[in-house]
Design a protein around this ligand. Structure first.
Ligand code: KG4
Ligand code: ZN
Length: 336
């Protein structure tokens, strides 16, 4: 079974071809980062228009790379939400039009389910059940995953998402959008321990997160500290340490509470090297295992959508008439 996957939920146009027997045959990504950089964030209308321009050429090049003709495609998976309405509609409309023309099913995929399953594109792939940490620009969640479509939210951010916090703190430090990777780079030059920031909500039970107070603590520290390049690097380091510690503490707690021994990390912040190193060390101490997608599949991509479409179709999913949704709770999904 060979699936074409389409991702257009935000500012990345992603396309991929996944084959059940041969694995990932091709993936192509176009990032709109440059387009939105001058505005300091994603401009939804510009995002939609750029997806329209880039999607069809990307599909052509992915099919060519996969040496696949339209007759060899058995289904089309597309991101149906959550995300920006206009951006989602571009992918959904094209997916449904192609599916109609090629007489194959169009499968609506939840963007976060795509992220959740992305590490299954790697070897060794995690097996069910596991706990997943989803850390992206829009979401921070701990999820118990029992199988495809069997998701239970254990905790989530009550305010800013982890990636959003990285981006906002990066902005405070004068770094360009998107700030997460730039902040991580600056933090590498920072002296650990010069500044200490809070680890929000770790001193009380529960698995929810809160990152907006941490951002305010950075602002206060920045105002009171001497202006120097090293100060900025040291604050970046203090922020990264605090954010990573907070995520690691909650992951360990979730593993202990659910008694699962496998942790899967997904979403853009999952590309953060400090987070990967500390989680690996801590989970090992618990005699558990941690799985990550390769960094390029932590951030938005078409491969995770093609793969999610493949597992759903293989499990018997039928195309259902559904529109796109800007909001779509992960817990509301069902097994195919
Ligand atoms: O999953 P993603 O590509 O998009 C969403 O679905 O939101 O995540 C993007 C987020 C951004 O906030 C970005 O700054 C953050 O992931 N990010 C990072 C790193 N790479 C991307 N944050 C920290 N360290 C990184 N290396
Ligand atoms: Zn995402």
């Amino acid at each position: 079974m060979r699936i074409l996957g389409i991702e257009t939920s935000c500012d990345e146009t992603g396309v991929a071809v996944y084959d059940g027997a041969q694995g990932l045959l091709a993936h192509a990504l176009y990032s709109q980062m440059q387009l939105h950089a001058e505005y300091g964030g994603v401009v939804p209308e510009l995002a939609s228009r750029d997806h329209i321009r880039k999607l069809l050429p990307l599909i052509r090049s992915a099919l060519a790379e996969a040496e696949t003709g339209s007759g060899q495609i058995d289904g089309i998976a597309y991101t149906a939400g959550p995300g920006l309405m206009g951006a989602l509609l571009v992918g959904a409309c094209l997916a449904q039009a192609l599916a109609f023309a090629w007489k194959v099913p169009a499968i609506a995929i939840h963007h976060m389910e795509g992220h959740l399953l992305a590490s299954m594109l790697e070897k060794p792939a995690p097996i069910f059940p596991f706990v997943a940490l989803l850390v992206s620009g829009g979401h921070t969640m701990l999820v118990e995953v029992l199988g495809i479509g069997c998701y239970r939210t254990l905790g989530e951010s009550i305010d800013d998402a982890a990636g959003e916090a990285f981006d906002k703190v990066a902005k405070l430090l004068g770094l360009p959008y998107p700030g997460g990777p730039a902040l991580a780079k600056l933090a590498e030059q920072g002296v650990p321990g010069r500044f200490t920031l809070p680890r929000p909500m770790t001193d009380r039970p529960g698995l929810d997160f809160s990152f907006s107070g941490l951002k305010t603590a950075v602002l206060t520290t920045l105002k009171n500290a001497p202006h120097a390049a090293q100060t900025r690097a040291d604050i970046a380091r203090a922020f990264e340490d605090a954010a990573v510690d907070t995520l690691v503490i909650k992951c360990v707690r979730a593993l202990k509470e659910t008694r699962h021994r496998r942790l899967v990390v997904a979403g853009g912040v999952g590309a953060n090297r400090t987070l990967r190193a500390r989680l690996t060390e801590k989970v090992k101490q618990l005699d558990g295992e941690v799985f990550y997608p390769r960094p390029e599949f932590c951030t938005d991509n078409g491969a995770m959508i093609a793969y999610a479409g493949y597992v759903r179709l293989r499990a018997g999913a039928k195309p259902e008439p559904r529109s796109v949704s800007a909001r779509w709770p992960l817990d509301s999904l069902a097994a195919p």
